[in-house]
Design a protein around this ligand. Structure first.
Ligand SMILES: Nc1ncnc2c1ncn2[C@@H]1O[C@H](COP(=O)(O)OP(=O)(O)O)[C@@H](O)[C@H]1O
Ligand SMILES: [Mg+2]
Length: 269
């Protein structure tokens, strides 16, 4: 698969990591890309909060990580398809599981998982845990990703979190200099300019969106945002997606051009 990417979404607690990961996975699937969304949080198993009525048939990410050997077949067995969304499936810890449910796994297992995943879908989105130093899977995602989105809420908690956590990611492999920093869940009353100045290099923002909040409460995040009042969020989201996937759009255009001499299609004219 050409141009396929692993994108990790990381950030301070409650910054919107799960929400953005779902929106990104959905958008790619809508554009006919195959996507596997890895929901890494083992403290609040995500599937029960975002797809509570989905039948899971013992398809746990925890079981996968603790299996004797990891293979494309057992990854696919654990992938839970998202109803009504072609091309999109999720890997998640299941309801009521915890870190003791399965045997411990090592770093090699995590690296194997990401290497294999890259062959199984056009794109892999990883919804990381904030506490990467306690979570081998999320730490592995930061190491193995092609791009990392770092969400920052415009408040003092974000400053406190990053001033403590970033120094734990000092090694070069975590590539902190190149994270794409995004101000997230921005409300008008928040001191976004001072927080942006504190961190520096923030070029993207995702504003607070009421429809999105409602979707989260009703476990409907896999649906599109159609309300007029969501247009600001939708625009900011598109600009972020364009930055991450722009090469792909260029490559697809080039490919179309290269095919042109053989036959003329309507969209090429
Ligand atoms: N842009 C946004 N507009 C409105 N609500 C948001 C936005 N981003 C996140 N939220 C809300 O903030 C809360 C935390 O989001 P979540 O994605 O669960 O964060 P995390 O995964 O980082 O803990 C959820 O209630 C979610 O709906
Ligand atoms: Mg989350």
């Amino acid at each position: 698969m050409k141009n396929n990417k692993i994108i990790a979404v990381w950030g301070n607690p409650n910054s919107g990591k799960t929400t953005l990961s779902i929106k990104m996975a959905n958008e790619l699937a809508k554009n006919n890309k195959s996507v596997i969304l890895v929901l890494a949080d083992s403290y609040v198993p995500v599937i029960s909060t975002v797809l509570p009525f989905t039948e899971t048939k013992e398809q746990s990410l925890g079981a996968l990580l603790s299996s004797v050997q990891i293979s494309q077949e057992n990854i696919l067995e654990k992938c839970i398809p998202v109803m009504k969304t072609k091309n999109l499936s999720v890997l998640s810890y299941l309801h009521s599981e915890n870190i003791r449910t399965y045997a411990d796994y090592g770093k090699e297992r995590v690296l194997d998982l990401f290497i294999l995943l890259k062959h199984l879908a056009d794109h892999i989105i990883v919804d990381c845990s904030s506490m990467v130093h306690h979570d081998l899977l999320s730490r592995g995602a930061l190491e193995m990703s092609d791009q990392i989105i770092r969400l920052v809420t415009p408040d003092l908690k974000a400053i406190s979190f990053y001033d403590s956590s970033l120094m734990l990611l000092g090694e070069r492999k975590y590539n902190v200099e190149n994270h794409i920093k995004v101000l997230s869940n921005v409300k008008p009353v928040m001191p976004k300019d001072s927080i942006s100045n504190h961190f520096g290099g923030i070029r993207h923002e995702l504003e607070y969106c009421e429809e999105l909040q409602q979707q989260a409460l009703e476990a409907r995040l896999f649906e599109s945002l159609t309300d007029k009042s969501s247009s600001g969020y939708n625009q900011q989201f598109s600009s972020l997606m364009n930055e991450i996937f722009s090469e792909e759009v260029v490559a697809e255009k080039e490919e179309k051009k290269a095919r042109k001499p053989f036959f003329k299609r309507r969209e090429d004219v």
